[in-house]
Design a protein around this ligand. Structure first.
Ligand code: R5P
Length: 293
């Protein structure tokens, strides 16, 4: 493999395989990051080769995020100290983006805190389908270069190749951006539901109009599946309305609290993009990122 000498792809703990894929696709050198924890929990980190004068791409998916953030903060600062020509964070999944306002008095707006620290340490960030709800663009919180990629085309291709006569449903208004765009690309029907979230565990979904789903393949699309309560509520409803097959497709497979298994038990097929490593990964987004390097 020919090396692009000035660029190196660094595999951080959340994305080693993903980083290797990017390195192979871009023909850049892959460098593992050597990390260990001291008995008191402190992180020890070192680059495994010289990065002086290189553009350093730190690949880290920020699921289960706090340790992974610290790792990237340490790696970015250290890379600069070691003479890197530029430090770029590749975040297939960017954390804390749902905390985009002060929901309760005196609360941290965590997305701003996360971005403020990255702004100090890196030169740019590349990410896939960040949760942009109250922010219209990453540039509202980042001052470094940002590149926002979307898996829309890849999700549309997956549906075209694997699901016959789909009807697409977005479980809430925020998911409309994905559901509508994907439906337009496929040329199929789309509907969006209304969601009210009381707590992270308690979600109510309203089907706006009487949908005729008799015998249809219903594809629910959202950016994130976390506790799965959003999807589970809709799965119940579309089953009641006669859906023949139900697919839950997401970009970011957080799947906490066994939500993947719960959805499967309800009879849904579950497919995700590989921004977060998970057994549901069926759509590879690494090529999207490689094209930006
Ligand atoms: C929030 O608006 C997101 O788009 C998802 O709908 C949400 O994060 C899903 O969370 P959960 O799986 O916990 O219901």
């Amino acid at each position: 493999m020919s090396d692009k000498p000035c660029k190196v792809i660094v595999g951080c703990s959340g994305s080693v395989d993903f980083a290797k894929r990017i390195a192979a696709q871009t023909k850049c050198r892959f460098i593992p990051l050597d990390t260990k924890k001291f008995p008191d929990g402190e992180l020890n980190l070192r680059f495994t080769s010289d990065i002086k004068g290189k553009k350093v791409y730190l690949v880290q998916s920020f699921y289960d995020p706090n340790d992974k953030l610290i790792e990237v903060f340490f790696a970015a600062k250290t890379a600069k100290e070691l003479g890197a020509r530029g430090v770029f964070i590749i975040a297939p999944y960017l954390c804390y983006m749902r905390q985009d306002k002060r929901f309760r008095p005196y609360e941290a707006i965590s997305s701003r805190v996360m971005a403020a620290i990255m702004n100090r340490l890196a030169d740019g960030i590349i990410t896939v389908d960040p949760h942009l709800h109250r922010y219209k663009s990453l540039d509202e919180i980042f001052t470094i270069r940002t590149k926002t990629l979307t898996a829309d085309d890849l999700i549309a291709d997956y549906i075209k190749d694997n699901i016959k006569s789909p009807i697409i449903i977005g479980p809430d208004m925020e998911s409309y951006q994905w559901a509508r765009t994907v439906a337009e690309k496929i040329g199929c029907e789309v509907d969006v539901l209304k969601k009210k979230r009381y707590t992270s565990e308690h979600v109510a979904i309203k089907i706006k109009k009487r949908l005729d789903l008799g015998g249809k393949s219903v594809v629910l699309i959202d950016d994130i599946i976390s506790t799965g309560h959003t999807m589970m509520e809709v799965v119940k409803d579309v089953k009641r309305l006669g859906a023949k097959r139900i697919y839950c497709i997401c970009v970011h497979a957080l799947f906490v609290e066994n939500s993947y298994e719960k959805l499967r038990k309800m009879g849904a097929e579950v497919v995700s993009c590989n921004t977060i490593p998970h057994k549901s990964n069926g759509i590879d987004v690494s090529g999207l990122i490689s094209r930006e390097i």
